[in-house]
Design a protein. Sequence first.
Length: 229
Amino acid sequence: MSGFVPRALVALSLLLAACDSTADTDGYKEVACSFKLSNRPLFEDLRPVPGVEAIQLRSSREPRSPADPPSNALTAWGQTCATARDPSACQTAVDESRPSDGFHFSCYEDTCSYQFLLTTRGDEVRTHSTPAAITEVLGTVDTEQEAVLSVYGLGYDFLCYKVDQGGVKTNPDGSFNVIGFRGIQCDRDIPITQHVFHVATSGEVREMESHVLRGGEESCDFEPHLTSL
């Protein structure tokens, strides 16, 4: 027993240390989503570079059965192919879009998915698969949803009903602060970490702080059981 209690106390101390404080959320509001309990941000208040007439956030997955479409639109801004000389061919290109890579990559069981932006400009249909490409599409970041999209493209998630895991605020100088998270909700193996970013109007994203909201193995509001150590 003399060695058992110290080991238990060490394990308890390490677990408590893994559960950090959270960021100050004063002045933040919840990230906008399509419905209240969604975890998918809404991207409809966008102001892209001149000439871009439509933007879609699309998703593709692998493996994909022959009956599955190449990709699906998750959210959209503008009207695709609005000024195309051949609207039918343009729309076909939109429907068949599927770049070989993307951002916000995730896997569940045997299926992996990734996302990308699609834009149309006249008859031109382009896909954008990297954070740098997102910045090129947006140009000046001047809306909260553009700031959230800039962070989303880096692979961070948002809970639209919890400001400490999905928050955004506009700063006096026109820049934005965005709170996102990484980890798997309700999973006892992957910690939930909170990340706070500064998004400049130029599109530059800088992480300012991070915190562990819930540690692996157990949640932060656990009760220790010495018999399990």
